[in-house]
Design a protein around this ligand. Structure first.
Ligand code: SF4
Length: 235
């Protein structure tokens, strides 16, 4: 189950959750389609949900009554969840206390996690952004932060989003390989995911990159929720 938190310190042009951050004129201009269905820009006011940790737990339990089945995983994503570290620690302990589920945190790897947060989560999924995201290098790549996650061993996996043509020109893979080598990340902790918000984009993207993924010993990640529901929210 996904819990998406508001706010992001990056502005990826192809972001699939622009409603979490593209709510000002300046930010909207950074996104290719940062408009709600119907042609209106996303509004912070419309999308603002200030929720207590208890309310988040109640909402999850209502969405999926079998959440205590011992196999569920709660993935806290965004936006950038680490922008709210203090509240995030409280949320992790609250959700684990209520459901005994594994708690994963998705992050773009630009903010160092506090020790208390690292203790509170089962798994970080770190997704450094590549040049095609449109973010300046200094903003999207923080070597010291990536190194901290790299040192965590199996507690931190790395997920890279690549473009549809990445299998042909290989530019995305050059950036990924360089980062993996520089930080000494094991190939089996690296997941490659095609960029896209429709099943067709995901399948075509996966077919264009699968050989490059396999020859490096990386993992191929298909976005199951996108294959099933496209970018429909609330599923
Ligand atoms: S880091 Fe994630 S949430 Fe933030 S803009 Fe990029 S894709 Fe969107």
């Amino acid at each position: 189950m996904f819990v998406r938190l508001y706010g992001c310190n990056l502005e990826c042009s192809w972001c699939d959750t622009p409603y979490t951050w593209a709510t000002t004129k300046n930010k909207i201009e950074k996104h290719v389609t940062a408009y709600a269905r119907g042609g209106e820009p996303y509004s912070k006011k419309d999308n603002e949900h200030v929720m207590t940790t208890d309310a988040i737990g109640d909402k999850l339990a209502a969405l999926y009554p079998n959440i205590r089945d011992g196999q569920s995983i709660i993935v806290v994503s965004g936006g950038e969840p680490l922008m709210q570290q203090e509240a995030l620690i409280e949320l992790c302990y609250s959700l684990y206390g209520e459901f005994s589920t594994a708690i994963h945190i998705e992050t773009a790897g630009t903010i160092e996690p506090d020790r208390d947060l690292t203790d509170a989560v089962d798994q970080f999924v770190v997704s450094p952004k590549l040049s095609h995201s449109g973010n300046p290098l200094k903003k999207r790549y923080k070597p010291d932060v990536i190194q901290s996650f790299a040192h965590m061993g199996s507690k931190a996996h790395f997920k890279f989003v690549v473009e549809l043509n990445a299998g042909m020109d290989g530019e995305d893979f050059k950036e990924i390989d360089a980062m993996v080598e520089r930080h000494g990340i094991d190939a089996n902790r690296v997941y490659i995911m095609p960029q896209g918000t429709t099943p067709t984009e995901i399948i075509l993207g996966a077919q264009s990159i699968v050989d490059k993924v396999l020859e490096r010993g990386y993992n191929l990640s298909l976005r199951t929720h996108t294959l099933l529901w496209g970018d429909e929210r609330g599923k």
